[in-house]
Structure formats: C-alpha cells, structure tokens
Design a protein around this ligand. Structure first.
Ligand SMILES: [Ca+2]
Length: 407
C-alpha cells in the first residue's frame, strides 16, 4: 500500500506541476518519477498526466467479494449474475450467491503450468444464453515445446463439459514466457486473441531471437489473431489473400498483450502491451497494421541497453500512450455502465507491477490519464459486471475479486 500511495503522490505532484506550468507540458526527459507517461502519437514524447486537471468526484468503494483465489487470471459474467473465474494452475471457479465454488471441468489437454503459462483467459460466446459455449485460452505442451491454445467447452450450469481444442498457435516455442492471452469478441461473432512474441533474449527460434517472430507474417507469435467461433479462418481477414502470410493474422508487431477490449459503443479496439524494462504501451489497434515490436519501441533490455534506436517509423502505428517506467499492464476495460456515471466511457488499465487501476479519459481517440486508483495487489483483470459495476481480479497467491461500486 505504501508503494501505491507513494505513486499516487507522484502522480498528484505531476498533475500539480502541469497545472502550474499551464499548457507548457514537461518534456519526458525532465521527468524521473514512476508516473512518467509518454504520448508519442502527439509528436515529441510529452507528459500526459491530466493536463486539464479535471478529476471527477465519482464516489466509489472497494468491496472484496472473494479471497483465496490462487493466481486468478480471467473472469466472465454469466447472465444470472454469477461469475466464472480462471486460476492459472488450471481450475475454474464460480462466484454464485456470494459463495465461491470449484467448477468441475473435463481435462484440459496437455495444460502447461509454468512461469507465465497455464490456464489464462475465459470468455463466453456472444450467444451464450442460446448455446452455453465458453472459451478458455491456455498454454499447452512442455517446457521444450509449447504454444497457446483455445479450448471450447459447454457450461451446463454446474460443470464445464464437452471439451474441444479448436485452435492451436503455431509455431511451438520453448520456455514459459509471453503467451498473451486475451480473448475478445467482435460484433460479427468472430474473436480476437492476443499471442505473445514467445519470450525474452536469449530465447531463440530457428537461430535468431524469438522476439523477431512478431514481425514475421507467416508466424502467429507476436500477433493479434482473428478466428471464427469454431476456430476456422474468417474469409475477410486482412491477409487472407496474401502469399506467405498466416491467414489468421489480424495485426502484428506486438510483444505481449494482456489487456484487450472491443468497445461496442465506439467500435474501437484497445490493447495494452508489456514492454521489457519500461515501454509498456496502450494501442488503438486496427486490422492489418504493424505495431512495431521489436523494431520500434521505448522499451529497454532487462539487462540494460536499447532494444531499438528507433521509437517510430512511418509504416508502423505509434502507441497512444507509453509508460516509460513499467506498470506491467493486464486487464482492460472501456466502462459503459450506469452505476458509476462519471466514469462512463473511461478506459481502465490494470497494473501488475504498479498494483493499481489507471483511469483514462478518451478524447477524440486520444487518451488522457485522469487518476490512479491504488489497489495494493497485482491487478490481473478488469471487467464490467452485468450489474454495471467494475470488477478486478488480483494476481496473488491468495488473490481477490474486488468490486468497485457506488457509495
Ligand atoms: Ca508498439
């Protein structure tokens, strides 16, 4: 809590500084706090901390609905108000009538639980109320050879049954880093999934750093992929007619996206992407575009040194925001509920390392950070419940489900 409080103070200081200096935004090089945020899309990197100072006075409280969840990763609200929650070790739990129970699940084939891998996101089919279909994304295989995979199951009200692996990312990689893995649905009932670049140096694939896969269009690593609900190729995918391009590729040049959200109101698709040492990004993602990794990035190697000397290229899409000091973003939401009305339309970013929730106003597709809400635990997922409140999962050995609700 102390760290989060300190960070909030830094943000507040940055806001005060910005207010004092009016429209004279501070060059990024003059900032040295953990609240440094760059906005390269607006030209030279600048501080983007609440330049207008227009904090809302939305009252809210944090209500801990469940404790003792083991490394929870993703959640999905059922029509009856219950919530399905994944635990990375391979369990699914349900919060129903204020009680958390384990949901029996048929075998998850070759589940690989190690490092960042295991059972990750969970998502309901858009017509779940008709077909009861649930999608789970997980790492499959062994330490030597593994990949991200999608398991489709049916929820019969009690158990997850009729498992079928409908999609397996290619190629295999080794190690236990950078799997992605969010699932979101588009209005046409196709899904987008985020797939990581495979891992950090010195990890290699075919004699070169595996991170270079993000720029290789015949590889599914370091991409957002678009699939039909049965795991097949949508005929209108951006590269479906191109030679030597994997037909599932929807966007590319990504390192490791763990926040992905398709806003049904604006139609925008937002993503948050982990950098290595700093350089975390918020992107507005579009079909067929290149988001730069690892050719352009503000991130630096964990061991020190630049990953790239370039931060921008004309044929690549700049991030909308860059966190120069890592927050390790996971979980992303554009809030469209009525229970916290002053936050409607705002974007919420979870932070694993920063242990906070960041509230961002979207002004004409440009994000403006409004405030950070300290959580004091690693924030893994952020969702809107069917009751219109905001739900948070914390990535701890004894993780929590927390609801932000009106006072
Ligand atoms: Ca990028």
């Amino acid at each position: 809590m102390k760290t989060s409080y300190h960070r909030l103070q830094l943000v507040t200081s940055a806001i005060a500084l910005t207010l004092i200096s009016c429209s004279n935004l501070e060059p990024a090089s003059n900032l040295n706090s953990a609240s440094e945020v760059l906005s390269p899309a607006q030209g030279n990197p600048i501080s983007n901390n609440n330049p207008n100072g227009n904090l809302t006075t939305q009252g809210f409280k944090k209500n801990v609905l469940a404790k003792g969840l083991e490394r929870p990763w993703g959640m999905a609200s059922l029509p009856d108000g219950s919530i399905l929650i994944t635990e990375r070790v391979g369990r699914v739990k349900i919060l129903r009538n204020r009680l958390v129970k384990q949901v029996p699940i048929a075998e998850i084939p070759k589940l690989f639980v190690s490092g960042q891998g295991g059972l990750m996101d969970i998502s309901l089919h858009p017509r779940f109320s008709e077909n009861n279909l649930v999608y789970l994304i997980y790492s499959k295989g062994t330490f030597e050879a593994n990949h991200t995979s999608i398991l489709r199951v049916k929820f019969d009200g009690t158990a997850l049954i009729e498992p079928k692996v409908i999609f397996e990312v290619k190629p295999d990689k080794s190690g236990n880093q950078h799997f992605g893995s969010r699932i979101v649905w588009l209005p046409d009932e196709t899904m987008l999934i985020s797939v990581g670049d495979g891992g950090n140096p010195p990890l290699e694939l075919k004699g070169e750093l595996i991170r270079k896969q993000a720029q290789k269009l015949d590889s599914q690593l370091g991409k957002i992929l678009r699939l039909k609900d049965d795991g097949s190729i949508p005929p209108d995918n951006p590269f479906v007619e191109a030679d030597r391009v994997n037909p599932f590729v929807w966007s590319y040049g990504h390192r490791n996206i763990q926040g992905l959200f398709a806003d049904p109101i604006s139609g925008n698709i937002w993503s948050t992407e982990h950098g290595a040492k700093g350089g975390d990004e918020l992107n507005l993602v579009r079909s067929g575009k290149n988001y730069g990794w690892p050719l352009v990035t503000f991130s630096r190697e964990y061991t020190g040194g630049d990953i790239s000397e370039e931060q921008s290229r004309p044929d690549m899409v700049d991030p909308k925001l860059v966190w120069k000091v890592a927050i390790a973003p996971s979980g992303l939401l554009v809030y469209q509920g009525d229970r916290l009305p002053l936050w409607k339309g705002n974007l919420f970013v979870g932070g694993l390392v920063s242990k906070e929730l960041i509230r961002i106003k979207i002004d004409n597709n440009n994000p403006i950070i409004q405030e950070t809400i300290p959580i004091g635990q690693r924030v893994r997922d952020v969702r809107q419940g069917i009751d219109g409140c905001i739900y948070i999962l914390t990535d701890e050995k004894s993780g929590q489900l927390i609801r932000l609700e009106p006072i």
